[in-house]
Design a protein around this ligand. Structure first.
Ligand code: FEO
Length: 183
């Protein structure tokens, strides 16, 4: 009796996304190490926390594949991108990475729709919402860094930016959770 509830195509696509989340974790880990090396300790703290969050995303997909009776394939994770040349570039790359990941999430949603695999469609909605939060977070940080001077960020502005990130929340607030009295 076949207990596998995922198609071959869906299993391959979910496994690929699982690896992509592991890759994201490596990217954040390498940027965090780069930041720590340059004494941007607040930025490093934020990025280390985010690396862990990406690993949680990976685990969510891994668990889902197993729960649906399909096979998980752990493969090599691509090396992270080269280190950024500046804090400004670091956050630009993070934003690009997140928008790229959103495209992959949408691809999975489309596939689940085409296959009428409503369980996976439903599962993927968590990632759709999460990507809105992650893109908002990356956008907000990019805005902050541009206001503080972009490539010219230094001195007090750099100090404040770095210190703020130490205590910055891991996720931006989702638009769905906003109310008129709590905008
Ligand atoms: Fe798992 Fe940053 O997306």
């Amino acid at each position: 009796m076949n207990k596998n509830r995922l198609s071959k195509t869906m299993t391959a696509a979910l496994n690929a996304q699982m690896t992509k989340e592991a890759h994201a974790s490596q990217i954040y880990l390498s940027y965090a190490s780069w930041a720590e090396h340059h004494s941007y300790n607040g930025v490093a703290n934020f990025l280390f926390r985010h690396a862990q969050e990406e690993r949680n995303h990976m685990m969510k997909i891994l668990e889902y594949i197993l729960k649906r009776g399909a096979e998980v394939k752990i493969t090599a994770v691509p090396a992270p991108h080269a280190n950024p040349e500046s804090l400004n570039k670091c956050f630009e790359k993070i934003f690009e990475h997140e928008t790229d990941n959103t495209k992959e999430v949408y691809r999975l949603v489309k596939l689940s729709f085409e296959e009428e695999d409503w369980a996976t469609w439903n599962f993927m909605q968590w990632f759709v919402k999460e990507q809105v939060e992650e893109e908002t977070m990356a956008m907000n940080l990019l805005d902050k860094i541009k206001i503080a001077g972009g490539e010219k960020l230094s001195g007090n502005d750099l100090y404040s930016f770095d210190r703020d990130l130490e205590s910055a929340p891991d996720d931006a607030r989702a638009a769905q959770d906003v109310t008129a009295d709590r905008p």
